[in-house]
Structure formats: structure tokens, C-alpha cells
Ligand binder design. Structure first.
Ligand code: PGA
Length: 249
């Protein structure tokens, strides 16, 4: 049985004090909750939120990190700096990084391997653009992003990887993939993992859905065989909207 992994991606929202307030509420509300949890505040709030979630059932996530361990990389944040703040998970390859900031698969793969080599868990995001879906390329895009993102990752390290399927056209738009459409892509990604690492690894792989997931549609999405959690943006910004998703069983 795969356990649901419900994660909040707070994106570029909240000051440190606002982030602490939300994290404090979530620690209280999700205590003893049935699922695995993570919240990913902005870099500027990681230190403060780290102190709030330490020792609770909520993992601390970062939204990105540099391809390099340290050095002349103005404006970047390194894996060593994240670990120093108590970060346990890093989101990599988010569509906003791929499409706005032009991160390619090679760069994302470098980050994935670096994070894993330092013992961080990784949430690797994959997903197609609207025009790719409309031209029948959704599977091809997800397969390529999965294979290239995981290139060189060992079977042992794969255990620390979660895949988030986030169709780009559903992110922040209010449009959700239907549970059936999402499940079909999740099943397909699982087949790709089986081809790369074998059936047992594929059966264990947690594949989150992301893209306008909210209280109203979460239960139907999570009821699908291959949907094992959610990476939630908008609805993760308030305890009232995140909690009903986080408590889904
Ligand atoms: P959304 O964002 O829930 O606001 O659509 C999801 C994500 O981009 O991780």
C-alpha cells in the first residue's frame, strides 16, 4: 500500500512571519494525520519555518536549489545551505522553473543527483503544456522528463524520489485534469519507472498529482489507483483549504 504524500508548494508567497503563522497552524491541525506531509516555503522563510516543523510529522521542503554545491553562482541557493537549515525535501523541475526560468532536463537531472547525494528527498515534477496535450504528446513529454530527470539515479536513491505529475495547463488555472485523465498519465509514468527500475520499484513509487488540486476535487483524484498524493499550490496557502486535502484517506 502506498501512503499518500500531501505537499504544499507555497511558491513566492508569504513573508517569514506569515509563513511561521501558517506552519504553526498546520502543525496543530495535521498532528496525527494519516498521510506523509511536506510544506515548501520560500527560501527566505525556511529558517523560521524549520524551527516550527522540527520534530513534527511535517517535512520541510525547498522549492528549488542550485546545480552546484557551492561557488560563484550569484542568486542561487545550494544544497549545503538548505541542509544547514534543516530542509529534508527539495522540489525540482517545477514547470515554473522549466518554462519561465528555462531549466532543461540536463540541469534538473544534475540537481536531482546532487540533492540525492546529500541525502535529501526529491520531488521531481513532470508535465506537458496545453499544446503538447492537444497534439497528443502528453505521454511522450512526461516519459522524456522522467527518464532524463532520473538518468543515473540508482535504485537505492530512487526510494527517496517522488514524482509529481503536473499538467502545466492545470497549474493555477482552476482547470484540473479529470481523475481519469490524470490516472492514465500516472499509470503511464509508473510503466516508465517499471521499465527503468523494475516492477517492484514502480509499485512503490509515489506519484503526486498537481494542478488546481483543492478540497472539492482531491478525494476523487486520490481515489484513483495511481494517484498517491498531491503537490498543492493555491490551496496550500491557507490551513482551511489545505487541511481537507491533507486529511484525505
Ligand atoms: P496549483 O499549483 O495548485 O496552484 O495549481 C500546483 C503547483 O504548481 O505545484
Amino acid at each position: 500500500m502506498r501512503k499518500y504524500f500531501i505537499a504544499g508548494n507555497w511558491k513566492m508567497h508569504k513573508t517569514a512571519s506569515e509563513a511561521v503563522a501558517l506552519a504553526t497552524e498546520l502543525v496543530k491541525e495535521l498532528k496525527g494525520g494519516p498521510n506523509k506531509y511536506m510544506i515548501a516555503p520560500s527560501f527566505t522563510a525556511l529558517d523560521a519555518v524549520s524551527k516550527v516543523v522540527k520534530g513534527t510529522n511535517i517535512l520541510l521542503g525547498a522549492q528549488n536549489m542550485s546545480t552546484d554545491e557551492q561557488g560563484a553562482h550569484t542568486g542561487e541557493v545550494s544544497v549545503l545551505q538548505l541542509k544547514d537549515l534543516g530542509v529534508q525535501v527539495v522540489i525540482l523541475g517545477h514547470s515554473e522553473r522549466r518554462h519561465i526560468y528555462k531549466e532543461d532536463d540536463a540541469m534538473i537531472n544534475k540537481k536531482v543527483k546532487l540533492a540525492l547525494s546529500h541525502g535529501l528527498e526529491v520531488v521531481l515534477c513532470v508535465g506537458e503544456l496545453l499544446e503538447e496535450r492537444e497534439s497528443g504528446k502528453a505521454e511522450k513529454v512526461c516519459e522524456e522528463q522522467t527518464r532524463k530527470g532520473l538518468a543515473g539515479v540508482s535504485a537505492a536513491d530512487l526510494k527517496k524520489v517522488t514524482i509529481a505529475y503536473e499538467p502545466v495547463w492545470a497549474i493555477g488555472t482552476g482547470k484540473t485534469a479529470t481523475p481519469e485523465d490524470a490516472d492514465a498519465i500516472h499509470a503511464f509514468i509508473r510503466k516508465v519507472i517499471a521499465d527503468m527500475y523494475g516492477k517492484a520499484a514502480a509499485d512503490e513509487m509515489i506519484i503526486q498529482y498537481g494542478g488546481s488540486m483543492k478540497a472539492e476535487n482531491a478525494a476523487a483524484l486520490l481515489a484513483k489507483e495511481n494517484i498517491d498524493g498531491g503537490l498543492i499550490g493555491g490551496a496550500a496557502l491557507k490551513a482551511d483549504t489545505f487541511k481537507p486535502i491533507a486529511l484525505c484517506k
